[in-house]
Design a protein around this ligand. Structure first.
Ligand code: SME
Length: 160
């Protein structure tokens, strides 16, 4: 059982931290902030749709990671394909889970959808089983919304 996290406070802190509109700076700051503030995470980072239906590795905290990830594969691919947050209590129960770090046991992936198109995803991994509650999901989705609101996101590729 995780201690209750004050996501409303974290959101205000992230709003203050993101004091540039630059997507690269803000995405790097956002994943570093989450990694520092939340317990029991072994990887936090962005994957960006820089080619149609393919996620490319973006700023992250943690071990070097898998790249690229097609929309057809893994938990990140499912989040992008379905445009829906994926909250997975046991990644080993997901047949096509992509194991970047053998320590990961649970995962939360929030898609970043702009005008109906997937700009990218934010991926969080934990060594704990069932690390992410519904409250964590809502809290992280709110942090992602703050990132989107306070950032000028670069255009997707023409065909994406
Ligand atoms: N586990 C993810 C791949 C990304 S890494 O966890 C950083 C997946 O199945 O999509």
């Amino acid at each position: 059982m995780q201690a209750t996290v004050d996501y409303s406070l974290l959101n205000r802190q992230l709003e203050a931290l993101l004091d540039t509109r630059d997507w690269l700076t803000n995405s790097a700051q956002t994943c570093a902030f989450i990694q520092q503030q939340l317990s029991d995470l072994n990887w936090v980072g962005f994957y960006l749709q820089r080619q149609p239906n393919i996620l490319g590795l973006g700023p992250f905290q943690g071990l070097p990671a898998c790249h690229p990830i097609p929309f057809s594969k893994g938990v990140c691919g499912a989040a992008a394909r379905e445009q829906k947050t994926q909250r997975v209590d046991d990644v080993h129960a997901v047949a096509d889970h992509i194991a970047c770090d053998a320590k990961s046991n649970s995962e939360l992936v929030v898609p970043i959808v702009i005008d109906g198109r997937v700009w990218g995803v934010l991926d969080l991994d934990s060594p704990l089983h069932g690390r992410f509650s519904e409250q964590d999901q809502a809290g992280i989705e709110a942090l992602v919304a703050t990132f989107v609101r306070q950032t000028d996101l670069p255009e997707l590729t023409a065909t994406a």
